[in-house]
Structure formats: structure tokens, C-alpha cells
Design a protein around this ligand. Structure first.
Ligand SMILES: Nc1ncnc2c1ncn2[C@@H]1O[C@H](COP(=O)(O)OP(=O)(O)OP(=O)(O)O)[C@@H](O)[C@H]1O
Ligand SMILES: [Mg+2]
Length: 317
């Protein structure tokens, strides 16, 4: 049989009789990497489990970025309402506003507060000193503000700059069940940091023709990030602002489902005027009107994510 070191990719021929065990540990004689291996059945290729990667996957499961290269597709709305919905299920949620427009902070009525930029300027202070409580139980916020544009200017291109957020969030992962990061519609410091920190990416896609181009761009970026800085990153598309009454929406819905087969959430978010009303009052829609269609759908989305991430969902909140 052939075994391949997961670290340096060196291939070794191993006598089939070398071990009769279904699982065994091997050490690479080239780089010294230690890994476990098992063969589920004789006829299948041997599958190797890289214990280091498994541990990392478990630890990083908390962080999810909300991203799309296109503007106005409901990234911020989704971050806010999904976060508030997960909180209804009793989960502790940190919302990270990583967009200099600071729309997420504004939607929660938080203005002119210290931001991640300020936290970077004071690296000796723990990040949780910059986190603020919101009016909603179980929902916390790392606010954004005008000085967030300076992150791009001061750090973009510097050595390992894309790991700055990941390194700071790692100190908080034990405190929260979910950390959701809202990103801007451009590829810059914030987006690259968010995609490096996140284990999962939720890509909101508005049900219109041009939105799929934004999804393609973000998927290409995710493929690059997977190679460079975040090998375990996964993504899923969320259809937003669906208008079931128009045939255009229905056509685009079936096109998107075909294009991203198996990579879309079951839950769909419909067009709902009450989301805009809630925004004016700086509230998540699920607290403004729990019975509105989009509020119910965001709660359903939270449930879908809880089930997918094996975090036992409790009965409806
Ligand atoms: N399901 C919905 N029904 C009706 N309006 C919606 C819905 N989702 C979002 N909107 C509205 O669409 C607009 C854009 O939403 P949002 O700000 O969340 O998008 P975004 O992707 O974060 O934008 P940006 O790229 O500028 O950050 C907002 O006015 C919001 O209220
Ligand atoms: Mg936004």
C-alpha cells in the first residue's frame, strides 16, 4: 500500500503485511510528522486522519463570516438576524462588525465606540475589553466605526496581516458559541481577515441576475484562501430577498439552485418590508415582529445551522 505524509506529501510504499491493524500511527521519516491512519474496508483507499487538523477544525467551528463581493445583498441584515435568532436558542453570540460602514453597529444603536482598530493599537489589552453588550440577551458586539478604514492603510500587505483578526478571536472562542463576522462588499483587509478567521462562510445572494456574479467572485476568493491561509474553510449560499410572486425571482431561484447544487441553505429569506421598519428602530427584525415572514425564516436558518453544526437545537424559541 502507499501512504502519504499529510505534512510534506512524501509518498511511501508500505508492505501490505506491515501491519494488520485497522488503525495505526505512522511517523514520516522525512519531516518527522506523526499521523493516525485507518482503513475502513480492505478495498477502499486508506484514509488518513491528521489529528492536528481535526483538533483545529473542532476549535474553529465557532466562527462564521458573512460575505459577498456584491453590495446590498443582506449581509448585515443576515448577520444581525441570524445572530439574534441563535441567541433565542440560548446560544452566546458575538457579532463582529468588520465593515467600516458600521451598518451592523448602527442597526444595534451603537455609535462612536472603540473598534477593532483601537484594539490593534492597544495589543496588550485583551479583545474582550472592546466588546459591548447589546439590548438583547446573549448578543454581544465588537463595534465598527470610521477609524476601521485605517486598518487597510496601516496593515494591508504587511507580513501575515490576514491573521490579525483570527489571532485576536482565538482568545474569545471559548466564551461564545458563535462568532459572526459582517464584512464589506470589497476584497480588502477586512474581508481577507474574516475569511482567514472563519471555519464557515455564509454567502447571502439576492434573488437577482447580477448577484450570482458576486457569489462566483467570493467562491474564487475562498478557493485561494483555502490554499493559502485557511485549508478547512467551507461555504454555503443563502438566498435572500426572494419575491415568490415574480416569475423572475422563481427563474433565478432555480438557476442558483442548479449552479450551487448542494451548496445552498434549505432556508430561503423572502422580501419583507418589516425588516426595513425594524432597521429604522435599530432592532433585529426577530425582536420587532417575531411573526413576520423574514423573522420566522431567520429563526429557521438558525435551527438549520444548529443542526448542521451538531449543536443540539432546542425546541422552537
Ligand atoms: N429580506 C429582506 N426584505 C426586504 N428588505 C431587505 C431584506 N433583507 C435586506 N433588506 C434591505 O436591503 C438593504 C440592504 O441590506 P444590507 O444592508 O443588509 O445589505 P449588505 O449586503 O450588508 O449591504 P452592504 O454591501 O452595503 O454592506 C437594507 O435596506 C435592508 O433593510
Ligand atoms: Mg452591510
Amino acid at each position: 500500500m502507499i501512504i502519504v505524509c499529510q505534512q510534506c506529501q512524501t509518498r511511501f510504499h508500505l508492505d501490505d503485511d506491515a501491519t494488520r491493524k485497522s488503525t495505526f500511527v505512522a511517523r514520516c521519516s522525512v519531516c518527522g510528522h506523526l499521523f493516525s491512519a485507518y482503513r475502513p474496508v480492505r478495498t477502499q483507499a486508506i484514509t488518513f486522519i491528521d489529528l492536528e487538523k481535526v483538533r483545529q477544525a473542532e476549535a474553529d467551528d465557532t466562527v462564521m463570516a458573512i460575505s459577498n463581493r456584491k453590495g446590498g445583498v443582506a449581509k448585515t441584515t443576515t448577520c444581525l438576524n441570524l445572530g439574534a435568532s441563535l441567541a433565542l436558542y440560548g446560544k452566546k453570540v458575538l457579532l463582529v462588525d468588520f465593515d467600516a460602514q458600521a451598518n451592523l453597529s448602527l442597526c444595534l444603536g451603537k455609535r462612536e465606540l472603540p473598534t477593532f482598530y483601537d484594539a490593534q493599537k492597544a495589543v496588550s489589552r485583551p479583545l474582550d475589553e472592546f466588546i459591548v453588550a447589546t439590548a438583547y440577551p446573549n448578543v454581544w458586539l465588537l463595534p465598527s466605526g470610521r477609524n476601521m478604514v485605517l486598518l487597510n492603510k496601516n496593515y494591508f500587505g504587511s507580513r501575515d496581516f490576514e491573521f490579525l483578526l483570527k489571532d485576536r478571536l482565538e482568545t474569545l472562542e471559548a466564551e461564545f458559541d458563535f462568532i459572526l463576522i459582517d464584512t464589506p462588499p470589497s476584497i480588502e483587509f477586512s474581508t481577507l481577515n474574516a475569511l482567514t478567521a472563519a471555519r464557515r462562510v455564509l454567502i447571502p445572494c439576492q434573488c437577482d441576475y447580477l448577484s450570482t456574479h458576486g457569489v462566483d467572485q467570493v467562491l474564487r476568493l475562498i478557493a485561494l484562501i483555502r490554499k493559502k491561509s485557511n485549508p478547512l474553510i467551507e461555504s454555503r449560499v443563502l438566498l435572500t430577498m426572494l419575491d415568490r410572486d415574480t416569475s423572475v425571482s422563481q427563474m433565478i431561484l432555480s438557476k442558483i439552485k442548479r449552479l450551487y447544487q448542494g451548496q445552498t441553505f434549505e432556508t430561503l429569506i423572502e422580501m419583507d418590508g418589516q425588516l426595513k421598519e425594524a432597521q429604522i428602530l435599530s432592532m433585529p427584525a426577530i425582536h420587532y415582529s417575531r411573526k413576520s415572514p423574514a423573522a420566522k425564516q431567520y429563526i429557521q436558518l438558525a435551527r438549520e445551522i444548529l443542526v448542521a453544526t451538531d449543536r443540539a437545537a432546542v425546541s422552537a424559541p
